[in-house]
Structures are given as structure tokens and as C-alpha cells.
Write a protein that binds this ligand. Structure first.
Ligand code: SF4
Length: 429
């Protein structure tokens, strides 16, 4: 039996696509190996959001050159965002690559591998629009379902719209069929994925709130999650869907990025801090026990100490459950990379530390308010510590507890005894 080795870099969308690539290869009688030197086909499913991610992929491509010298029949494919962005430049840089497939061409992966097996040649397929999304890999208790791809927003620091192209939504019928298949195969939780799920707009009409409401009615479904949402597109209708859904998890990841209106404008985010605060207010008033998380960037070009202080002040008002904090790093090809007044690295690091310190204190306070609560946890499996299992609450809090007899996909009740900044420790009740 032929073997494949698959390495997935980047976000949940890539993880979902990686699962689909895996499923396609397994259905063609390939088996998976964790040893690159034993593989007949190696696929690197790549990310290009940060330069560091690209450097990692280039390092791996270099490593595979040696393996290919010993095994000239090995087929090496580069797929995903970096393939899309770098295009044929990758062949020039590393001629030992056999094929390059963009994000809209993943459904051609089996035919491309088969062509190369018949005749060794370079194959490059990069479309910027359309393309089928590979069938979702069902069979797990938690399944990612892409509902749209691309982005029309052009935030000034982000490469995604140049790589993934304009927003394209799948049909509601296809998505609901994926949901039903996943649930019939044992899924308890599904996560709808897209760069901006709030602007989901299928050809047949309707919007994301309608999709959530329809998925909520699928028999056997336990939890529905989604990401990522853009604050400018978060409608009252969607907040209502969150509030009234029976199975829709009360968690929203709503990236704020910054709280200075001047910086938000330079980022081309198309909302103000007042708009964001109003959304937070509506969410907390309407959706019972909702947890809200965010992304924040420090050190965006021209960020002054005053701008940064404004962000710190807003963090104290917003009181997010958690924030994923990033240092701005230049991404060539984006407008922000050419902006003047880039912030010094040492200043960025110092600001990041202050931001994390402020947010971590708040996250801890919020988690401490859950002490002695009994939470329903969907079990993911063993944590990094042997004998300790982990899972998530509906509000997406990570919970650790000593293993008894539960298995991945079970729902168990856990008494929270030791809340920490990023997780909750407890015991089964
Ligand atoms: S919304 Fe902005 S940050 Fe998100 S993918 Fe689109 S351009 Fe990038």
C-alpha cells in the first residue's frame, strides 16, 4: 500500500482542508505515515499569514530534498495559501517540488498525483475563484465545516484577500448535507469556518443567521460553533440567532485588533471602538452566559504611546474572556508594510508584555468567578499530562480533570475547583 505524509500549517481553515486531503488520500487506498522517509507522497499544506510561517515551510522543503535524493519516486506537493501566493516561484526555488495546488484547486489533488505517477512533470494549478471545497472529513466527534472562503475586507496588514481571493459562499444545501453526514457519523460538535462567516451570502439567498438557525434543527446535533466574525458585519439578526439557538454555543470570537479609532482606520477595519463596545453590550444583554474572545495587535505602524494606552483602557472596559495578542509584523505585499513610522521592535515587545499582563489579570478574574460551578464538558481526550483528560465547556473554556472512564466525544459534568488564567481544573461529578 502506498503511503502519504501530510503536514498542515496555520489556521483552522487549513486544519479542515488538511483533514479533507487526508480523507481523499485514505479513500484511494493510501495509508498515512508519520515518517517522511517512508512516504511515497509528501504534502505540505501551507500558511502565509506571517513570514515566519513561510520560512518554516521553506526549511521543510529543503529537508525533503535530501529524502528525494534517496527516493526519486517520491512525489512532493505544496498546497494551500503559500502555494497560492508564491505560485510558480516555488518551482524555481525548489525544482524537486512536483506539484503546486492553490486553495481553490484542492479537489484536483488525486488526479494530479495520478498524472505525475504516469508521467513525471511539474504541475501547477492556481485558480483565484470558484473551485470545489473537498468533502468534509466526518467520523470525528468535532468536525470543521468550511462554509465560505476568501475575504473582501482588505485589512491593511493582511495578506489573505490577495491569496484566497474574493468571498465565495457554499450553498446552504451542501453545508447542511455536510452537517447531517458528520452528525450521522458520530459528530457531537461542528464548527462553521470562514475568513468572515458573518458575510456568508449563498447564491440562493439568506445569510449566516439563517444557516445557523437551519443547522440548529439538524437532529442529533449537540453544539454548533463558528469562526471568524468581523465586527462590522455582526448583525442584530445574528445576535438573535445566538440568543435563541438551542445548540449554538454561547461563545463569540470577535477580533477587535485595536481600540484607537485612528489605528483602526489605518488598519482599514471599518468600525470604531464605540461600535465594537455597542456590540459587546448587545451580546452580553441578549445571550445568556456568553463568553467573548478577541485578537489584538500591538505595534501597528504609527502606534503612539497614547494609542496604546487607549487600547489598555479599552481592555479594562471590554473585559474579554481571553485575547490572542500579536506583535505587528510586516507582511510584504500589504499596504501596512510600506507605511511610515514603523514601531521599534523593543517598543512592540514592551507593549505586548503590558497588554498581556492587563488581559491575563481579567481572564483570571473571570475564570475565578466559575469556581464551584458544575460545567458540562465535551471531552477531547488526554491532555499533555498522562491520566488527565481535557475538554471544553459550551463557552469554549478549556477544562482539565482526572481521567475515569470517559472517552473523546462524551459529555461529562465537572466541578470547577481550581480556575487559572487559561484553563479550569476540576473533578468529575
Ligand atoms: S477580515 Fe481582515 S484580517 Fe480577516 S482575513 Fe479579511 S483582510 Fe484578513
Amino acid at each position: 500500500m502506498k503511503k502519504f505524509f501530510l503536514l498542515v500549517y496555520g489556521c483552522q481553515m487549513n486544519v479542515a482542508e488538511g483533514e479533507s486531503i487526508r480523507k481523499a488520500l485514505l479513500s484511494e487506498n493510501y495509508c498515512e505515515t508519520e515518517d517522511m522517509t517512508k512516504a511515497d507522497v509528501i504534502i505540505l499544506h501551507t500558511c502565509c499569514v506571517r513570514e515566519a510561517a513561510e520560512e518554516k515551510v521553506l526549511g521543510k522543503i529543503g529537508e525533503i530534498k535530501g529524502i528525494k535524493r534517496d527516493n526519486p519516486h517520491l512525489i512532493l506537493g505544496i498546497t494551500g495559501c503559500m502555494a497560492q501566493k508564491e505560485n510558480e516561484k516555488l518551482f524555481k526555488r525548489a525544482p524537486h517540488i512536483d506539484f503546486i495546488l492553490g486553495t481553490a484547486n484542492l479537489s484536483e489533488i488525486l488526479s494530479v498525483i495520478s498524472s505525475i505517477e504516469n508521467e513525471r512533470k511539474h504541475i501547477l494549478k492556481i485558480d483565484f475563484e470558484g473551485g470545489d471545497i473537498l468533502p468534509v472529513a466526518a467520523g470525528k466527534f468535532s468536525v470543521y465545516i468550511p462554509i465560505m472562503t476568501g475575504c473582501n475586507n482588505f485589512c491593511s496588514y493582511c495578506i489573505v484577500p490577495y491569496v484566497r481571493g474574493r468571498e465565495t459562499s457554499r450553498s446552504v444545501e451542501d453545508i447542511l448535507s455536510d452537517v447531517k453526514n458528520a452528525v450521522n457519523a458520530g459528530a457531537k460538535e461542528i464548527t462553521f469556518l470562514g475568513q468572515n462567516v458573518n458575510s456568508f451570502a449563498p447564491e440562493e439567498g439568506g445569510d449566516f443567521a439563517d444557516l445557523l438557525a437551519a443547522a440548529d434543527k439538524v437532529e442529533g446535533i449537540s453544539r454548533i460553533r463558528f469562526m471568524t466574525s468581523h465586527p462590522k458585519d455582526l448583525s442584530d439578526k445574528l445576535i438573535d440567532a445566538l440568543a435563541n439557538g438551542e445548540h449554538i454555543a454561547p461563545h463569540l470570537h470577535l477580533p477587535m485588533q485595536h481600540a484607537s479609532n485612528r489605528i483602526l482606520k489605518a488598519m482599514n477595519r471599518n468600525y470604531t471602538k464605540e461600535h465594537y463596545l455597542n456590540l459587546l453590550d448587545k451580546l452580553r444583554k441578549n445571550v445568556c452566559h456568553i463568553s467573548v474572545t478577541t485578537d489584538l495587535i500591538v505595534g501597528f505602524p504609527s502606534e503612539t504611546e497614547e494609542d496604546f494606552e487607549e487600547l489598555i483602557g479599552f481592555v479594562k472596559i471590554a473585559r474579554w474572556d481571553a485575547a490572542y495578542t500579536f506583535i505587528y509584523s510586516k507582511r510584504s505585499g500589504t499596504p501596512a508594510a510600506n507605511m511610515e513610522n514603523q514601531v521599534e521592535e523593543s517598543v512592540k515587545h514592551e507593549r505586548l508584555n503590558r497588554l498581556m499582563e492587563t488581559q491575563n489579570k481579567i481572564s483570571r478574574e473571570i475564570n475565578e468567578s466559575l469556581k464551584d460551578n458544575v460545567e458540562v464538558v465535551l471531552v477531547e481526550g488526554e491532555s499533555k499530562t498522562k491520566g488527565v483528560y481535557q475538554g471544553r465547556t459550551a463557552a469554549n473554556k478549556l477544562v482539565l480533570f482526572p481521567h475515569k472512564d470517559e472517552k473523546p466525544g462524551d459529555s461529562v459534568k465537572v466541578l470547577i475547583k481550581e480556575p487559572q488564567t487559561w484553563l479550569l481544573k476540576g473533578e468529575r461529578v
